[in-house]
Write a protein that binds this ligand. Structure first.
Ligand code: G1P
Length: 283
């Protein structure tokens, strides 16, 4: 399976940090957000990845490219650990880039991947969302896809006040898999059919491209993936899966802070000291 990672959004919620720096490059402890996303795809068995960028996102391409001068300098000074780290990043997967010419929405960004994807099902991982679990979220979706077919999207129960920030589904089912009956992009709390929010991980059939081409601009005047999924649902089975693990929406300041703290707390080098520091801080 191939993966498409949309990373073209402006990062408005994170200004001014994102004025000259892509939000996907914001660090979560010691790695940029998008590296976690690529690593999730790779850990799910995917090694052919398209990242959809836009103007002002060159740092993402540089991050996954080789950095010959730096590698030489590290080699000459005997810093082989760092050198290995750099080589690992540029060897992670076969990564391709394409630019979305205008920011016309998530659906439109994914449409830029049509040729790359071809006629097979593919995974979509939003470049500003991190998930953490031993079995990666994307792998979990691939397993559900193997069992149910059609398209599968990961959801999570979101707090009531956060409902207007997400795509929300209406589904029927027992356990963690729901047959989707409807889905709405960023509804008001009153209109929302449930509190099951779309978290930014999908396994989609290529028919989604035709659906994207047939939707009108929706919320915010943008071509919304959620609206295209609504069309897809009329043609093919569409399931939601309440995934196992934690998720951080890095476009949200509090989530970003939490992600850095939680990842650092699990780190051997700094975890213990950070735990002690936080304890002192709040007492
Ligand atoms: C996008 C999707 C939305 C989803 C969200 C997850 O919205 O359109 O359905 O719930 O990602 O983060 P965005 O956050 O790009 O506005």
């Amino acid at each position: 399976m191939k993966a498409v990672i949309p990373a073209a959004g402006f990062g408005t919620r994170f200004l001014p940090i994102t004025k000259a720096q892509p939000k996907e490059m914001l660090p979560v402890y010691d790695k940029p957000t998008i590296q976690y996303v690529v690593e999730e795809a790779v850990a799910s068995g995917i090694d052919d990845i398209l990242i959809i960028t836009g103007r002002g996102k060159r740092a993402i391409e540089d991050h996954f490219d080789r950095s010959i001068e730096l590698e030489l300098a590290l080699n000459n000074s005997g810093k082989h650990d760092y050198l290995k780290q750099l080589e690992d990043i540029s060897n992670l997967a076969s990564i391709h880039f394409i630019r979305q010419k205008q920011p016309r929405g998530l659906g439109d960004a994914i449409l830029c991947g049509e040729r790359f994807v071809g006629s097979e099902p593919f995974a979509v991982l939003l470049g500003d969302t991190i998930t953490i679990n031993k079995v990666p979220c994307t792998k979990q979706l691939m397993d559900v896809y193997d069992e149910y077919g059609g398209s599968v999207i990961a959801v999570e129960r979101v707090e009531k006040s956060r409902i207007p920030f997400y795509g929300i589904i209406k589904g029927r089912g027992e356990g963690k898999v729901y047959r989707i009956e409807d889905l709405v992009e960023k509804p008001s709390i009153e209109e929302a059919p449930s509190n099951l929010g779309i978290i930014g991980r999908y396994v989609l059939t290529p028919e989604i491209f035709d659906c994207i081409k047939n939707v009108e601009p929706g919320v915010g005047g943008e071509i919304q993936l959620t609206d295209a999924l609504r069309l897809l649902r009329e043609r093919q089975p569409l399931h939601a899966y309440e995934f196992r693990g934690r998720r951080y929406d890095i476009g949200n300041k509090l989530d970003w802070l939490k992600s850095t703290i939680e990842v650092a707390l699990e780190n051997e080098e700094v975890g213990e000291e950070l735990r002690n520091y936080l304890r002192r801080l709040i007492t």
